[in-house]
Design a protein around this ligand. Sequence first.
Ligand SMILES: Cc1ncc(COP(=O)(O)O)c(C=O)c1O
Length: 395
Amino acid sequence: MSSNGTNPEHGPATHAVHAGKGEVRPGGPVVDPIVRSSTFYWAGPHDGIDLQYSRYGNNPNQRSVAATIAALEGTEDALALSSGMAAISSTLLACAEAGDHIVASTHLYGATHALLAHELPRRGITTTFVDPDDPGAWRAALTADTRVVLIELPTNPTLRVFDIGPPRDAARDAGAVLAADMTFATPINIRAARHGVDAVIHSATKYLGGHSDLIAGAVAGSAALIRRVTKMMKLYGGSIDPQAAWLLERGIRTLPVRMERHNRTALALARWFAGVGGVRQVIHPGLPGHPDHECAARMLDGFGGMVSIVLEGGGAAADRFCSSLSLAAAAPSLGGVETLVSQPRHTSHVDLSPAERDALGIPDGFVRISVGLEDLEDLKADFRAAVAASVPAAV
Ligand SMILES: Cc1ncc(COP(=O)(O)O)c(C=O)c1O
């Protein structure tokens, strides 16, 4: 067993509880304390210890949560950061510089897309977006300057689960880093490094934290990659606050058991929605009719806690549906213990026209549901009433 309590032979539930924890000793705390100190005594290089300063990401809470994430992902190292976007931007800046090129999926979180399309070009880093429905497009988009291939899995909000193979093979051909935003999948539903992902990225705000009470991000990968990302985090200032690191670690302790239930309830709800009048379409990778069902069943250990539905009555019906819920509630996040709903046309895809959203498979009437840990029957009752309320009364 290594000094941080991590045994690579352990399974994910054991890692979640024990990895990264402090020493077990009589009189010691069972739960590591929050260390608020921003700096740590250090007499100089002869001290034999690293210079510790919380912006460097090496405060005890920052280090222990990183060790827990590395154990869960099965990677050499990991880093917790101040947000999912800090994790994404620090990783991209670590791997690409002026003159370099990125190949990225068209199915990306909105802010990630904006970073690639509008912000990184200001720093001389360009991106070619590739439709992952065309596996050959990855190789075709490579240039001599490609340094990163970037994917997301499952995608938001259409829950597509594209095969990792084609972007991985393209990245290998180019000698580029394969980076993957695995926020929706979590290390419980897939250990992405085993599939060849070099930089496994999370918005830890979502399932890893799991309680909608913190903003955080994470990157897992080789020690060399994490050193490069850490350098960007130090320079651009995206380190995580020790309190958030502690809360994140507390959340991760129950990640496996939460995911088991998220997976189970979401699949049951998706099957149930398929038989509800007023619901035109149900989107969930666990349903045989989903375009990537076979790929998801092959790659994932669970289909995830997200379900999207399209209501018959379009945007007005979706508005009525959301405002009629009494257990679930509208809020633009996911991955917490409570069920949340959101309409992409009001949130992530508000800047697109209805026709552009249609083309992406997000027609008006589309509602994304982050299925929480409530009792299935209570959720069904809430959704049954809200679907009924979404249909305008006959005149
Ligand atoms: C898939 C995905 N990646 C990244 C992010 C950004 O994470 P954060 O809000 O923690 O910066 C989000 C936020 O919703 C997300 O859904």
